[in-house]
Design a protein around this ligand. Structure first.
Ligand SMILES: [Zn+2]
Length: 382
């Protein structure tokens, strides 16, 4: 077993831009096997999508069973020339580990692997429960052949999860500032308004879809969607684009289109939002099409044993009590929360998805201690 930094460097050196694995899961497989895990590599595919490699590793056959979930895939580095260091070199300079995936989230996976190695070293194989890792190669992409399918596969095998920690970079500024206990849902709507093309001098012979589109968008943006709930901020609707594509100033176009994204709290469901949107659009009237894609419903793990253990481990290691939050973008927690209580905590996310992604090595050492403490608290010595 090696330390978190060297594991993270080996992982970063695999350029695993979704859906490529580039050897990343193999690095993890070898490390986990060396500490006694039974490792499964599960590949899923679907027509029209790339094959995706996933890994599930478990040690122990008793309950309770705690899972660490994460992803080894990364977003593209963009132009390598704009990086200070080579994005897939895993450079360590003055106490900082650089590279694509350092924060999101190869660094945290490495910390957990190091923590579980330490835990095994101290406690041996009989610690009165099970520990597993569920690592996907399809989180940053369309997430079709990743965690969702691994969970189905686990269910078919009769595996049960009792608790889950997801290692996403939840900390906004400083390690220990934030644990995520849920997420807002995300709905994307594409609204196409149909009209009748015509001459702008003869509007009575045409029907201008742009005017109706503007009124429809006004109807859904002129008042807040809600005032927030006990663990969530107010829901928000943002218009992403309005497209008419009409180059002629004297032509009323036949069609106008807009795309918007709603981040919604637990006061809504995707279904109820769709009904609300149609009511608003119907009130304006005319012909329109509304295509809806809900990439995740909102969810919440109310503060309880998993968040308590995580908060305690953070407080003991860093002397700081984390905020329990539901802010930010989606993660694979949106699939896992239906199976067991879940909380998310990883490294600092300041540079995630950016040029010069990097993490402090001191933070990696602290996160390893935090994860190890979580295991100590979850499996108290008899
Ligand atoms: Zn991530």
């Amino acid at each position: 077993m090696t330390d978190a930094v060297s594991i993270a460097r080996d992982l970063i050196r695999c350029p695993s831009v979704t859906p490529a694995d580039a050897g990343a899961l193999g690095v993890l497989e070898n490390i986990l096997k060396s500490v006694g895990f039974e490792v499964h590599r599960v590949t899923f595919s679907e027509p029209g999508t790339a094959d995706v490699d996933n890994l599930y590793a478990r040690i122990g056959d008793q309950t309770p069973h705690i899972t660490f979930a994460g992803h080894t895939d990364v977003v593209p580095p963009g132009s390598a020339a704009s990086w200070t260091v080579e994005p897939f070199a895993g450079a360590v300079i003055d106490g900082t580990l650089w590279g694509r995936g350092a924060a999101d989230m190869k660094g945290a996976i490495a910390c957990f692997a190091a923590a579980v190695g330490r835990f095994r070293g101290e406690r041996g194989g009989d610690f009165g429960g099970s520990i597993s890792l569920l690592i996907t190669g399809d989180e940053e992409g369309i997430s079709i052949n990743g965690t969702k399918k691994v969970l189905d596969w686990l269910t078919a095998r009769g595996e049960r999860l009792d608790a889950c920690i997801v290692g996403e970079p939840t900390n906004a500024q400083t390690l220990g500032d934030m644990v995520k206990i849920g997420r807002r849902g995300s709905l994307t709507g594409t609204l196409t308004v149909h009209g009748t093309q015509g001459h702008t001098a003869y509007p009575h012979l045409a029907d201008n879809p742009v005017h109706r589109l503007v009124r429809m968008l006004h109807a859904v943006t002129s008042a807040p969607l809600d005032a927030g709930t006990s663990h969530f901020q107010p829901s928000t609707l943002q218009i992403s684009t309005i497209d008419v594509g009409n180059p002629a100033a004297n032509v009323i176009p036949a069609e106008a289109r807009a795309v918007f994204n709603i981040r919604f709290n637990d006061g809504w469901t995707g279904e109820r939002l769709q009904t609300w949107l149609r009511e608003k659009f119907d009130a304006v009237g005319g012909r329109y099409d509304l295509a809806i894609r809900v990439s995740g419903e909102s969810f919440l793990t109310p503060p309880g044993p998993v968040t308590d253990i995580l908060s305690t481990a953070i407080e003991r290691t860093l002397g700081r009590k984390p905020e329990l939050s539901t802010t930010g973008g989606t993660s694979d927690a949106r699939f896992i929360h239906a199976f067991c209580p879940i909380a998310e905590f990883g490294l600092v996310g300041l540079t995630m998805h950016k040029v010069d992604e990097r993490v402090e090595i001191a933070d990696m050492a602290a996160l390893t201690t935090i994860y190890k403490t979580v295991l100590d608290l979850y499996f108290p010595p008899a």
